[in-house]
Design a protein around this ligand. Structure first.
Ligand code: SF4
Length: 95
C-alpha cells in the first residue's frame, strides 16, 4: 500500500524505521534494496545508517523524499526475518 495516496504525499513527511538488530541474520537484502539506509557491518549484520539505539532496537526518524519510498519499503519487506518495520508519524505501520 502506498501511503502517499491516502495521506496526501510523502514529500517531507516523517517516517520511522525500526530495526531489531539482534534478529538480523545477515541476508543483506535490505542493503541491496535501500543502500541509503542500510549498510552491512563487518560483524555480518546490517547497520541502520544514521540510526539511534532505543532500548534493544535501533530507530531512525527522518523526513523522507517521495522518490525514496519504494526503496525504503522494499528494504523493509525484503528482510527474510522481518526485523525491519516502517511507521508513519501517527504510529501506523507502513511496511
Ligand atoms: S535483510 Fe534483514 S536479515 Fe538481512 S541484513 Fe537486512 S536486516 Fe539483516
Amino acid at each position: 500500500m502506498r501511503f502517499s495516496i491516502e495521506e496526501g504525499g510523502t514529500m517531507g513527511r516523517k517516517i520511522k524505521i525500526w530495526y531489531d538488530r539482534e534478529g538480523c541474520i545477515g541476508a543483506a537484502a535490505c542493503a541491496a534494496a535501500d543502500p541509503k539506509n542500510w549498510i552491512m557491518n563487518d560483524d555480518g549484520k546490517a547497520d541502520l545508517v544514521g540510526g539511534k539505539k532505543e532500548g534493544d532496537n535501533w530507530i531512525k526518524i527522518y523526513e523522507m523524499d517521495e522518490a525514496d519510498w519504494d526503496a525504503v519499503k522494499e528494504g523493509a519487506e525484503a528482510c527474510p526475518v522481518a526485523v525491519i518495520k516502517i511507521y508513519d508519524e501517527k504510529g501506523n505501520q507502513l511496511a
